[in-house]
Design a protein around this ligand. Sequence first.
Ligand SMILES: Nc1nc2c(ncn2[C@@H]2O[C@H](COP(=O)(O)OP(=O)(O)O)[C@@H](O)[C@H]2O)c(=O)[nH]1
Ligand SMILES: [Mg+2]
Length: 219
Amino acid sequence: MVQINMQEREISLKVVYYGPALSGKTTNLQQIHSLIEAGTRGEMLTLDTADDRTLYFDFLPVHFDIHNGFSVKIKLFTVPGQVMHKSTRKVVLSGADAVVFVVDSQASSTTANSYSWRDMESNLTANSIDADAIPKVIQLNKRDLPEAQPLEEYEAIWPGIQRIPAVANTGEGVIETFRASLHGLYGSLNDEHRFGERFGLDEAQFVKSVLREFPRSNR
Ligand SMILES: Nc1nc2c(ncn2[C@@H]2O[C@H](COP(=O)(O)OP(=O)(O)O)[C@@H](O)[C@H]2O)c(=O)[nH]1
Ligand SMILES: [Mg+2]
């Protein structure tokens, strides 16, 4: 839920990384955490079990000074991918302003990917979020693995939705994905809150001022 606090001069946004178990959602947040300036990021909260699986969610707050003394706080969340955690995923999705769907590109994960996509749509709807309208980015992760499906296959599955290839554990594609999500966020901020007019920032300036905080990413 976009929150604009004029007194604190802070805009608060929520982005949820969704997808099947072990697709690389936690890895994305860990990479963002490692690439960002220490003063910009908050503490990353991870609730993983011993077998590397997210138990509830991961949480990483990032905080950017943008313009005219205004700052943007983006709360990044992941969901637990296992089928049994559906109710937890619903709670984590509530109030989301954008979603990043992390696909495991391996052929053996095709069913899990599409199950998770439908689960995301139904959980968005259950939260009264318009599943068609919310900004969505698809990250095609694990491109390094031999079993990775050809990129073209995904056009038929998710036509018209931006898809970004990635190898999240090396950082490849992680910032690109985050950047694409920022573009989507700007679009809805502008539509719903006349962001450009109120804050005097166009889309390119908004994205640039946030990504300034990633000097270590060389991107
Ligand atoms: N080979 C490969 N492994 C990855 C990639 N991204 C993540 N992983 C590994 O996949 C496993 C699951 O990742 P994790 O981020 O915990 O998945 P989550 O369940 O979606 O949070 C971990 O061992 C990661 O190191 C990738 O692009 N390629
Ligand atoms: Mg996880």
